[in-house]
Design a protein around this ligand. Structure first.
Ligand SMILES: *[C@@H]1O[C@H](CO)[C@@H](O)[C@H](O)[C@H]1NC(C)=O
Ligand SMILES: *[C@@H]1O[C@H](CO)[C@@H](O)[C@H](O)[C@H]1NC(C)=O
Ligand SMILES: *[C@@H]1O[C@H](CO)[C@@H](O)[C@H](O)[C@H]1NC(C)=O
Length: 605
């Protein structure tokens, strides 16, 4: 008897410590495959192997993404065979010239498998433009509406017939790409793109986008982070279900939604089965919350050089596979990269080498899960399934309690990411800290006005982040990463503005309007300078980040979607800033004039 008891206690202790160990060390995948043996995808050309290593390490292209976005001119077997032959013949695969010739012989692109597509539901001058009073802003909105035509793409037949020759996944309907180097659909970007498309009244395009997502969920069991194979083992911030609800409320198309419902549940189940963790809350009981968690143990093909370099810099004893998994997890979070995921202490603190994303339970993810639960409940209600509507309503109620007990700080008046290793909240400012206000994911007698007042005073007094000229920075940490000070992005501005604008407090409403003015001014000024929209802006200089590609490109899906939304929302109150005479091309023009003068003088002499 006693022996049995001791054994049971030991076994239980062992199980517990194994569970705890899993997220600390990474360890093995569910099937016992070692993490280091899991590449970003199963393609021996795009995701792992000697050819990939040779092309990337010889720097055939100036970034790592170009190569893995190219299409093969022959089968992977032919190409890998040719590569082996070349090596066997004694050609030096460490030579950039040799690899450059090989790539141009066997690959085309990048992006050659994407065809331009003119959306059939695109119309000149959609109705919302009439509500924008300021003429410059109205013309700008019209230009942004025009960009949908440039950003619409369709995957070619060749991808359907020979999927192994392309990194693009096959999907049947056209879609919108963010633009720039993002020449593929991106999962969470699509929520804001769709918000914009709905204003442009492009319902058919949105339907196709939703059907593409459904197809992906059927194939993978979740929505991959984006439309290329190297994004297939990770997902992205879960916004498919809220996107579907937006479409439903705009179109009343319950028929399409009914057909999508099994897919939506599968997407939700993935997050609840594969991305949760149990935490003890301030009330002493256990609560289930979500985290990002990607089990890939090798370099990202599209950022191969950065990952290899950082993995080599890890301190002795650190596991490179574990590092790669935390990196892939950060990409799944959408915040790539941010001090949110970096260690504060230790020899490599605050550098990418210290990344530990899997150990963090993020506020914004859980706010999104709450939105998913509320959205599913509403959609089921519309579809007439009261039992399921009730089920998801209860799930949202449980989530609110968990958020209150684990992530909410009564002292500071905001929510904070939870650190599983330190077993406590990380109390620094990140814009993600206020996402639950947008999702209305709080409860337990915390009335709306009360929470709004607390959060507003957190924003104002505790961090003063509302005072920057160009918007709100993602954080107050100057780490050099894109999701930190002094950079801001469209999704965070959208969420903050939406949350504050529906408040009952006049001050919060004013703050939302002020923030709209600042953010749109940043977008607009840089648009006038560069003729492009960007994924990120510096909220001090009100320009794109200095390190972004200088080449002017079409873009940028989510920034356009949010700008259109805000121009529509506040159309009668906004006034475009005067930016005349500040175009960038004045400098080149002046230089050209001087060069002309000099050459004229020289020929005269
Ligand atoms: C989720 O986790 C289970 C095991 O816990 C695994 O069998 C399944 O493949 C995972 N699902 C996905 C879609 O990764
Ligand atoms: C900072 O923002 C507050 C509103 O939150 C405003 O009252 C104050 O004037 C601002 N201060 C500066 C220096 O802009
Ligand atoms: C909004 O901006 C105005 C003018 O810059 C300022 O006076 C006011 O304090 C701001 N209000 C809030 C709530 O930020």
């Amino acid at each position: 008897m006693a022996g049995g008891l001791v054994f049971a206690v030991l076994a239980a202790a062992c199980l517990c410590s194994c569970r705890a160990q899993r997220w600390i060390s990474g360890g093995d995948d569910q099937d016992g495959t070692a993490l280091r043996d899991i590449p970003a995808c199963d393609s021996p050309v795009y995701c792992y192997g000697a050819l990939l290593n040779a092309v990337q390490s010889t720097r055939v292209f100036k970034d790592s993404k170009t190569f893995v976005d190219m299409s093969m001119k022959s089968s992977p077997e032919d190409i890998l065979g040719a590569f082996d032959n070349m090596r066997a013949r004694g050609q030096d695969i460490r030579s950039r010239e040799v690899m450059r010739r090989f790539v141009s012989q066997w690959f085309s692109g990048p992006g050659a498998e994407l065809e331009d597509w003119e959306p059939s539901d695109w119309q000149e001058r959609p109705a919302f433009l009439n509500g924008i009073r300021d003429e410059s802003y109205r013309e700008w909105a019209e230009d942004l509406h025009g960009l949908w035509k440039k950003l619409s793409k369709r995957v070619s037949r060749d991808v359907r017939d020979y999927p192994e020759r392309h990194s693009s996944m096959y999907v049947p309907y056209p879609f919108i790409i963010p633009g720039g180097e993002h020449r593929e659909m991106q999962y969470w970007d699509t929520y804001w793109t769709v918000r914009g498309l709905l204003l442009s009244n492009m319902l058919e395009t949105v339907q196709g986008i939703l059907e593409n997502f459904a197809e992906m969920v059927q194939r993978f069991g979740y929505v991959p982070g984006g439309g290329r194979v190297y994004q297939s083992k990770r997902s992205g911030p879960p916004l498919l279900i809220p996107t579907v609800l937006e479409y439903l409320e705009h179109s009343n198309d319950i028929t399409l939604i009914r057909s999508l419902l099994p897919t939506l549940e599968r997407e939700y189940d993935f997050w609840m089965n594969n991305r949760t963790v149990d935490i003890r809350g301030s009330d002493g009981s256990m609560h289930t919350l979500n985290r990002y968690h990607v089990l890939v143990g090798q370099s990202r093909p599209e950022a191969w050089r950065l990952d290899e370099r950082t993995a080599r810099s890890l301190q002795r004893g650190a596991d490179p596979a574990d590092f790669h998994s935390h990196v892939a997890t950060a990409v799944e979070s959408g915040w790539e990269f941010s001090s949110r995921w970096l260690a504060d202490v230790g020899p490599q603190a605050r550098t990418l080498a210290s990344i530990r994303t899997r150990n963090i339970v993020p506020v914004d993810l859980n706010a999104m899960m709450c939105l998913n639960e509320v959205a599913l409940s509403r959609i089921y209600q519309r579809a007439g399934d009261r039992r399921k509507a009730g089920y998801y309503n209860n799930a949202a109620a449980r989530r609110r309690v968990a958020m209150d007990k684990v992530l909410w700080s009564e002292r500071r008046g905001a929510w904070f990411d939870y650190d599983l290793q330190a077993e406590g909240r990380r109390d620094r400012f990140y814009v993600s800290n206020i996402w639950p206000l947008w999702a209305k994911c709080y409860g337990n007698g915390m009335g709306d006005a009360n929470v709004e007042a607390r959060v507003l005073s957190y924003l104002k007094q505790y961090t003063d982040v509302l005072n920057y000229t160009g918007g709100v920075p993602a954080s107050l940490q100057e780490s050099g990463q894109a999701w930190d000070y002094p950079y801001g992005t469209a999704p965070n501005h959208f969420v903050l503005i939406e949350a504050l604008s529906v408040s009952q407090l006049t001050e919060a409403k004013n703050a939302a309007l002020n923030l709209t003015r600042k953010w749109l001014e940043s977008n607009y000024r840089d648009w006038v300078h560069t003729g492009a929209m960007w994924d990120t802006y510096n909220v001090i200089t009100r320009r794109r980040p200095r390190n972004s590609d200088e080449e002017v490109k079409d873009g940028y899906g989510w920034t356009n979607g949010v700008a259109l939304h805000l121009l529509d929302k506040y159309g009668n109150l906004l006034k475009a800033p005067d930016v005349s005479g500040s175009r960038d091309n004045h400098v080149p023009t002046a230089l050209l004039l001087i060069a002309c003068l000099v050459s004229v003088l020289l020929t005269k002499l």
